[in-house]
Design a protein around this ligand. Structure first.
Ligand SMILES: C[S@@+](CC[C@H](N)C(=O)[O-])C[C@H]1O[C@@H](n2cnc3c(N)ncnc32)[C@H](O)[C@@H]1O
Length: 351
C-alpha cells in the first residue's frame, strides 16, 4: 500500500501501526487544536441567510471519544453470535461473518486477499470477518479518523495482530494514495461524511451544481440535502478500480420481495434527512445518486436491502410482530425495533 507522503492534505494526521506496537507517525502539516468544549460538528439546516450549510462530523470523530452503542449501528447490534438481536437470525452469527458470506457469494473475497476497512468503529465487523474467513484474508488495513477507535480496533483484532495495519487519517485524503488492496469495506460510514444541507434548488452552491450536472442527479423542487462526501468517496473509489462494499442508512430504501410488509409508512424515494446523535448529526444516503456516480465512471454497481445479507428467521412470526406491533414480550420488542431500523439500510457493491 502506498502512503500519501507527498500529499498537500491539510489537517491530516496519520499514524501507522504494524505488528509492532507503534511504528510510524506522520504529520505533514500543522494540526489545529481540538474544538472548544461543546463543539463537535458543524450542524446542518439552512442558514438564517437562506444559504446552504455544510454539515461535517470530522472534528467530532477526531476529538470526541465515540460511543457507537448510542448510535445503534447494525454491526454492533450483531457484534457477536450471542448478541441479543441475534434472536432474529436463522442461526447465531456475527455481522462480520454475514458480511463475509455475502462477499463470497458476490465473488468479492478472493483467496489471500488484502482488505481495507474504512471507519471500522469497534472492529467488530473485521473481527467477525476474520473469525469466519481468516484463510482467505492475508492482510488488513484499517483506516479511521478516530484515534480512540483505531486503538479499540487493534485490541479487538489482537488475535490477528500480525496481519493488521492501522492508519489514522481522513478517507477523503488517503483514498487516492491507496494501492495493492483487493477490496474496500465502508460500513455505516457514509452518513458521517460531509453533507450540504438546505440547498435551494434555484440558487445552488457551485459544488452541488457541479455534481448534479456532472452525474445528472435528480433533485426535488424544494430545499434539500446532498451527500457530497459520499458522492466524492464513490468517485474516489471508482478511480481506484478496486471493488468496494458500502452500506448505510438510506433515504431511498429497497424492500426485499419476501418482506413487502416492511414498506409500511416508508418513503422509498426520499432525499437525505438529518439524524441527530450525540454532539453530531448524520444524514441518510440517497443510494440512487451513488449508483449513478459509479455507473458514470464505467463501474458495475449492484445494490439491495441490507436484509439481503442478514439471514433472518423465516415464517410468519416476524411479519405478525411487525404488522401488529405485537410487542408483548421483550423478544418481540427487540425484533420490532430491529426490523423497523434495519429496513431502511442498503448495500452497494461497486466492481
Ligand atoms: C458510525 S461509525 C461506524 C462504525 C462501524 N463501521 C460500524 O458499522 O459499527 C463511523 C466510523 O467511521 C469513522 N469515520 C468517520 N468519518 C471518517 C473519515 N472522514 N475518514 C475515516 N474514518 C471516518 C469513525 O471514526 C467511525 O469509526
Amino acid at each position: 500500500m502506498q502512503l500519501p507522503y507527498n500529499k498537500s492534505a491539510t489537517l491530516l494526521k496519520l499514524i501507522l501501526y504494524t505488528d509492532q506496537d507503534f511504528m510510524y507517525r506522520f504529520d505533514p502539516m500543522a494540526i489545529h487544536d481540538g474544538p472548544k468544549s461543546g463543539e463537535g460538528s458543524v450542524t446542518s439546516s439552512r442558514g438564517a441567510d437562506g444559504a446552504a450549510r455544510l454539515s461535517t462530523t470530522a472534528d467530532y470523530h477526531r476529538f470526541t471519544p465515540v460511543d457507537l452503542m448510542s448510535e445503534f449501528t447494525i454491526c454492533e447490534s450483531f457484534s457477536g453470535p450471542g448478541s441479543p438481536y441475534g434472536i432474529i437470525l436463522e442461526k447465531p452469527s456475527s455481522y462480520g461473518a454475514m458480511v463475509g458470506d455475502f462477499l463470497v457469494r458476490m465473488g468479492l473475497l478472493k483467496d489471500r486477499a488484502t482488505v481495507c476497512e474504512v471507519g471500522g468503529g469497534y472492529g467488530s465487523l473485521m473481527h467477525g470477518l476474520l473469525g469466519s474467513h481468516e484463510n482467505r484474508i492475508e492482510r488488513v488495513y484499517m483506516i479511521d479518523l478516530s484515534l480512540s477507535l483505531l486503538k479499540r480496533q487493534r485490541d479487538r483484532l489482537s488475535p490477528w495482530k500480525s496481519r493488521i495495519t492501522s492508519i489514522r487519517g481522513d478517507i477523503h485524503e488517503l483514498l487516492g494514495a491507496v494501492a495493492g488492496v483487493d477490496l474496500f469495506i465502508v460500513n455505516e460510514v457514509m452518513g458521517d461524511l460531509d453533507t450540504l444541507t438546505g440547498i435551494d434548488p434555484s440558487h445552488m452552491p457551485p459544488e452541488a451544481e457541479e455534481l448534479i450536472r456532472a452525474y445528472d442527479l435528480d433533485i426535488p423542487a424544494v430545499p434539500f440535502n446532498l451527500n457530497i462526501g459520499a458522492i466524492r468517496l464513490v468517485e474516489a473509489l471508482c478511480r481506484t478500480g478496486i471493488p468496494a462494499l458500502l452500506t448505510e442508512h438510506s433515504s431511498d430504501p429497497v424492500i426485499p420481495d419476501d418482506m413487502a410488509y416492511l414498506a409500511r409508512d416508508l418513503d422509498l424515494d426520499a432525499y437525505p434527512r438529518e439524524i441527530k446523535l450525540f454532539r453530531h448529526s448524520e444524514y441518510t444516503i440517497r443510494f440512487s445518486h451513488l449508483v449513478k456516480v459509479a455507473r458514470a465512471h464505467g463501474r458495475t454497481a449492484r445494490t439491495g436491502a441490507l436484509l439481503d445479507l442478514i439471514p433472518v428467521r423465516k415464517g410468519k412470526n416476524l411479519e405478525t410482530i411487525f404488522r401488529l406491533r405485537a410487542c408483548d414480550t421483550e423478544d418481540h420488542e427487540i425484533i420490532y425495533e430491529l426490523l423497523d431500523h434495519i429496513r431502511e439500510y442498503r448495500w452497494l457493491v461497486i466492481s
